[in-house]
Design a protein around this ligand. Structure first.
Ligand code: GLU
Length: 287
């Protein structure tokens, strides 16, 4: 089977050294295998993503020589694909509307924290307490009719039951048993867009025939829920290579706030692509 990798940036800032490193990992793995390297723009967070950043990122990738195969897929052009999958999950009773505001959730969590077992935690902090999972259909319809904003959440326990056990393979860590409840009832469609990162990534990796997902190790917890969705939807699971994150000498990972270490800034300072890669190779990776 031919190798298909992808680099999937969110256009919320300029390409920085950390993301260029990640792009090169995906590019290199495809090129050394004679496979395909895809670029996908993950712009589902419409408030934070900007078209100017997308254009600049693609231009920087081209300048770095990280040429991609085929068309760039922009997620905001494909809401209908995610909508079809949401409908399927809905038909199987696996998702529900959640009307909670951040403040409602914080209040519930604070109340649960004083209970004997406390509020359950996931990798990003306390999990959604499940408040809206218990609403009746009538109550849901009433709130929708009243115009109360809502997102959609996956009923993780029910999904786990339907999916059964699953596992995924990370190149470094080997076979990892899927933990379907790791992120609780996570958001599967946001209030402002009819999808979420987890849904769009899973659907796109499947539709684009991605066989090897290379991405930062900070996203390893997400792989547990992507595996759950793949199992539920009957998708083949790609192989994973979670890589270390590039950090500055103090151990802090690069982020879009590091304005002087964007590829754009380095280009403007007169660096060549080779010098930028040499700089990347000189930085440490997370322990
Ligand atoms: N869009 C994600 C990010 O910019 C990457 C998602 C992925 O590689 O799965 O962090």
């Amino acid at each position: 089977m031919s190798v298909v990798t992808r680099f999937a940036p969110s256009p919320t800032g300029e390409l920085h050294l950390g993301s260029a490193y990640s792009a090169r990992v995906a590019w290199q793995r495809a090129r050394e295998a004679g496979g395909r390297f895809l670029v996908r723009i993950e712009d589902t967070d419409i408030r934070r993503c900007r078209r100017e950043y997308e254009t600049a990122m693609l231009e920087d990738l081209r300048w770095l020589g990280l040429d991609w195969d085929g068309e760039v897929r922009r997620q905001s052009d494909h809401f209908a694909d995610y909508g079809r999958v949401l409908d399927e999950l809905d038909g199987r009773g696996l998702i529900y509307p959640c009307f909670c505001t951040r403040a409602d959730i914080a209040r519930e969590i604070a109340a649960a924290s004083s209970a004997p077992h406390g509020a359950p935690h996931g990798p990003d902090g306390p999990l959604y307490p499940g408040t809206c999972r218990h609403l009746s259909n009538e109550e849901r319809q009433r709130r929708v009719a009243d115009g109360v904003e809502f997102c959609m959440r996956l009923d993780a326990a029910r999904a786990a039951e339907q999916a059964g056990p699953y596992a995924f393979v990370d190149e470094t860590q080997g076979r990892i048993e899927g933990q379907p409840l790791l992120m609780g009832d996570f958001v599967i469609a946001r209030k402002d867009t009819p999808t979420s990162y987890h849904l769009a990534v899973t659907v796109d990796d499947h539709l684009q025939g991605v066989t090897l997902v290379t991405r930062g190790e900070d996203l390893l917890p997400s792989t547990h829920v992507h595996g759950l969705l793949q199992k539920l939807l009957g998708y083949a699971a790609p192989q994973y290579a979670h890589h270390r994150l590039l950090t500055d000498p103090t151990g802090r990972r690069f982020a879009k706030r590091d304005k002087d270490l964007t590829i754009r800034a380095l280009r403007e300072a007169g660096k060549t692509p080779q010098e930028v890669f040499a700089l990347i190779d000189a930085f440490p990776v997370s322990a």
